[in-house]
Design a binder for this molecule. Sequence first.
Ligand code: DGL
Length: 298
Amino acid sequence: MAWDSASLRLTDMKGPIGIFDSGYGGLTVFKEIEKQLPEFDYIYLGDNARTPYGTRSLEKVYEFTLEGVRYLFEQGCNLVILACNTASANALRTIQRKNLASFGPQKRVLGVIRPTTERLSEFSHSGHIGLCGTTATVNSGSYVIEAQKYAPDIQVHQQACPLWVPMVENDEIGSEAAHLITQKYLSELLGQHPDIDAVLLACTHYPLMYATIKAHLPEGITLISQGELVAHSLRDYLSRHPEMEALCSKGGSRIFLTTDSPESFERLGENYYSAPVHSQRVDIEAKKNPHRSGEDLN
Ligand code: DGL
């Protein structure tokens, strides 16, 4: 923390790294980030009360994501990671272009799509990768567009898997219904091209379904989870941006916030995070907090 001669200069205040997701899914990314960058302070925020985002309109995902990002900035974060593909696909660019400047010159928000697409070529020999994502991620076309830029040798074939998030959020990951629906999604995806040799889990909730998905995937097809890819990319980003790294505090603390029941978050969150989580409920909705300016929502 730095002081000038007369007052605290807010722009120089260090803060925790914020991790945002629509619910529990971002914990699968946070777990990997924490492994690679354990020294930092973190605030995890899950908008469990309004999950799933993946079946909502672009406008709603943007509105909710902006509320989450704003809340994390208000808690002192200077850097926020959208550990959610749906939010990254539908809100990241607009927040970066339209809203970020109003939060202060030192604030940054990053997503998960570019870090993932930059590494796609490592996983496929054929150049054909299948993608499982939420309806909103698939409809945005973000992965197809980003792959053209960052992995031009890869053709992405997309499959919306709208029932997987509710199954994960309701702890139904290995049920009979989960197996049936997984078989259906994968056969539709693999039916799109005979040379698909890797499948990307382009939703941070899906690693929880890993065993069920793997059970229905033919031998020789690689299943890609993105947590490690995103964590590696963040470490690289911080080493290339020492000015940002200097604004991220290093006390090793972890705070978990949810917009829904902390009891449920603690019970289910542990499955994603692989360790106990102690959470607090917070309200991030701008309309219920009239002291917050609504100007960024316009
Ligand atoms: N975890 C989010 C993602 O990565 C989506 C979950 C949801 O639909 O809310 O896409």
